[in-house]
Design a protein around this ligand. Structure first.
Ligand code: GLY
Length: 369
């Protein structure tokens, strides 16, 4: 099973191709877009070891001249220094306006390559070839690119849409299990915010964490639904002036938990799992959705092997303060995305701090018992 999803943004539309084995068609697909001959392939040593040669072979077969560069792995290196390195390579190899940077990797590689491409010569092409579940369903789509500042994640960045997103679900087989589970949080997110059918499909699947090994049709369908949800939302609101904010479901408290635990304890998706549970509880307290639906959501998050509660020893007041530092705070008010039904959410900045406090306290007590 394969699918093509269009991300429909005026003047910048592009396709997301999802097909097993499609890594070997990278060159062919890029050639059909009439991109210039020079390509800088950016990856990290581990991912390059698995997939670099296949990607290069495909590109060269289609007539591209390829240079490759591996950045060190991890969020720690998501810095302007790494971007500088990419500029040096771009300069040495005379990358031009028509040239392309190809990101072969997870979210960190995708964000950095996208940012280097957005800024080199005021913007050259970027193609995203995501290799993690999180990058496939979220970060590779929609054009958010950037690096971290010592005082905050993703504070430096630009919107720069790719020319193509090429997803080969088979590469998920080499993804560490914890990374796969963390990516599943974003998949579940789409089930809650947008796609009831996806939610039902996930609920009916027995072994969410084994999906990448067993039933390729199912993982392809889950990827297709997730990417379609992201494409729909981004197509309506590229620069997050409106509906795109719903993609931050679970992220308000999730980001605060990540930041308070210094990005060491939880992977992003794990913190989003905790954040979705908390957002669901807030929605119940505000009478926006039912206890039964929040339990269905939480059961799915648990089944995916994700944490659902904040650590018992986390300082709740510090967590509430950290919410204020989120870059999505508007006019001093914390913005929450809250579910109203499975498949529908609303954005509000009217959540009383007392309710947030109650929900966080209950969560942490349950965790410790
Ligand atoms: N990951 C949220 C967004 O792309 O807007």
């Amino acid at each position: 099973m394969s699918s093509v999803i269009k991300v429909d943004i005026p003047e910048k539309s592009y396709d997301i191709t999802i097909a097993p084995g499609s890594l070997d068609q990278l060159g062919e697909q890029m050639a059909s877009l009439k991109l210039g001959k020079k390509v800088l392939l950016v990856s990290n040593p581990m991912i390059f070891k698995y997939y670099g040669e296949r990607a290069i072979a495909s590109l060269e077969k289609a007539g591209f001249q390829v240079v490759s560069y591996n950045l060190p792995p991890g969020e720690r290196y998501k810095t302007l220094n790494s971007i500088h390195k990419l500029y040096d390579i771009a300069l040495e190899n005379r990358l031009e306006r028509s040239s392309t940077m190809v990101a072969l990797g997870g979210g960190v590689i995708g964000d950095m390559t996208g940012f280097a491409a957005a800024t080199w010569l005021r913007g050259i092409n970027v193609v995203q070839v995501p290799t993690s579940l999180l990058a496939m369903v979220d970060s590779a789509i929609g054009g958010k690119t950037g690096v971290n500042h010592p005082h905050g994640k993703n504070l430096i960045g630009a919107f720069h849409q790719p020319s193509l997103v090429l997803i080969d679900p088979e590469v998920l087989k080499t993804l560490p299990a914890r990374e796969f589970r963390a990516g599943m949080a974003e998949v579940i997110k789409y089930g809650i915010i947008w796609d009831t059918e996806l939610f039902t499909q996930l609920t009916a699947s027995k072994h969410l964490d084994q999906l990448r090994y067993v039933k390729s049709d199912l993982i392809n369908s889950i990827l297709t639904h997730s990417c379609q949800a992201k494409a729909d939302v981004v197509g309506k609101d590229e620069k997050e002036s409106g509906i795109r904010a719903i993609l931050n479901y679970g992220h308000t408290i999730g980001h605060a938990v990540e930041s308070l635990t210094e990005y060491r304890l939880f992977k992003h998706g794990e913190a989003v799992g905790i954040g979705m549970v908390a957002a669901g509880d807030i929605a119940v307290k505000l009478g926006l959705w039912t206890q039964a639906d929040t339990e269905r959501q939480n059961a799915l998050i648990k089944k995916a092997g994700l944490p659902t509660q904040i650590p018992a020893d986390l300082d709740i007041e510090a967590l509430i303060d950290a919410l204020q530092l989120d870059k999505k705070v508007k006019s001093g008010k914390v913005r929450f995305v809250l579910p109203t039904q499975i498949g529908t959410v609303k954005v509000t900045d009217e959540v009383p701090t007392e309710i947030i406090r109650e929900v966080l306290k209950v969560g942490s007590q349950q965790f410790s018992s």
